[in-house]
Write a protein that binds this ligand. Structure first.
Ligand code: PLP
Length: 373
């Protein structure tokens, strides 16, 4: 009898919204209206209220959301944009796609952009900083703003942080503009690709509305070269249904995270996540640092546990970003993290008994007697 604990259980989420989704899909099909439309308008309003911002614009995916957020904020050719070295590659791609140059900065021991390191990377060409709320914990947006100064746009990469709070404010409302992703595995996930831009600025929102739809707000109006990155009605139905349950799901992730921390901080060699004061993470990932990470990961995999590494290679060491010319050693904290981090299963629907199995398997793998030499 082999036991298995997946990395994520999307079927559990689907069961909770099945009826709402079926009714919504029937509505969309009856109206034969598949792109944008009333379902998208409704979701944009609901997600804006959730984030505490006046404007949300639904787009095709999270990478486009960040690119269009940058472009709409006036960032482009000739500009530099600082992002953390430890992020999903999409953050860097969005900067390049916007026409700007990537400048990397190191992270701190909480895996979030290190404000002191950011200070050293600033130069007159830096027009924006992307604050990546990695693993569901918000970056220090106020600190970033203070260091970067008033001329620099603060863009949030909120792909992993729907519902997270920073000093009482929600992810997506903390910077000048934010891009988020509703890739199926995110805390708020669609049934395909989807994303959104949120902002307090009517001007930025209006420009994203045009950019996502071939550069215009009306048919055959093309004010600038935009793209096709519209949210579709079926995804909006799923997102509205799941949004109504998101706070509960995030509370469940929080409960599981506290359970992990209580047990794992007693294990020698394990570093549990550091949460900055004022932060309420939503635990998109629960990431520990362990010695002999690859061996420990192999032991978990062998035991049927869906653990992972987010991310195994920092941006500057990816072949695609070799032209940045940041050799190994450029971002020591991010590089050391990449060698030792391990993401454990965390999701609404993870049974306590399955979580206990993960904890016990990890404890055994870490015990010297459990090591095969
Ligand atoms: C998922 C993700 C993105 C990109 O979102 P897509 O919808 O996959 O394009 C960007 N940044 C981070 C940190 C992500 O986790």
């Amino acid at each position: 009898m082999t036991r298995s604990v997946p990395m994520l259980d999307l079927a559990h989420q689907h069961r909770a919204v099945e009826t709402l989704v079926a009714e919504g899909f029937a509505r969309v099909m009856a109206a034969s209206s598949y792109i944008l439309g009333p379902e998208v308008d409704a979701f944009e309003r609901e997600f804006a209220a959730f984030c505490g911002v006046p404007h949300v614009v639904g787009v095709g995916n999270g990478t486009d959301a960040i690119e269009l957020a940058l472009r709409a904020a006036g960032v482009g050719r000739g500009d530099s944009v600082v992002i953390p070295a430890n992020t999903f590659v999409a953050t860097a791609e969005a900067v390049v796609r916007a026409g700007a140059s990537v400048v990397l900065a190191d992270c701190g021991d909480d895996y979030l952009l290190d404000v002191d390191d950011l200070r050293m990377r600033l130069n007159p060409r830096v027009r924006a900083v992307v604050a990546v709320h990695l693993y569901g914990q918000t970056a220090d947006v106020d600190g970033i703003r203070a260091v970067a100064g008033p001329g620099v746009v603060v863009v949030e990469d909120a792909a992993q942080s729907q519902g997270a709070k920073y000093r009482g404010r929600r992810s997506g409302s903390l910077g000048d503009v934010a891009g988020t992703s509703f890739y199926p595995g995110k805390n708020l996930g669609a049934y395909g690709d989807a994303g959104a831009v949120s902002t307090g600025s009517a001007e930025i929102a209006e420009r994203v509305r045009a950019l996502r739809n071939h550069g215009g707000l009306h048919k055959y109006e093309h004010l600038e070269v935009g793209t096709n990155s519209r949210l579709d009605s079926l995804q909006a139905v799923v997102l509205s249904a799941k949004l109504s349950l998101l706070d509960g799901w995030n509370a469940e992730r929080r409960r599981l995270a506290h359970r992990y921390t209580a047990r794992l901080e007693e294990l020698p060699g394990v570093a549990t996540p550091i949460v900055r004061p004022g932060n309420e993470p939503v635990w998109h990932q629960y990431v520990v640092r362990v010695p002999e990470r690859d061996r420990v990961l192999a032991a978990l995999t062998e035991a049927g546990i869906g653990a992972g590494i987010h991310y195994p290679t920092p941006v500057h060491l990816l072949p695609a970003f070799a032209p940045l010319d940041n050799p190994r050693g450029s971002f020591p904290v991010a590089e050391a993290a990449a060698d030792h981090i391990l993401s454990l299963p965390i999701y609404p629907g993870l049974a306590d008994s399955d979580q206990d199995y993960v904890i016990e398997t990890l404890a055994t793998a870490l015990r010297p007697s459990g090591v095969l030499r």
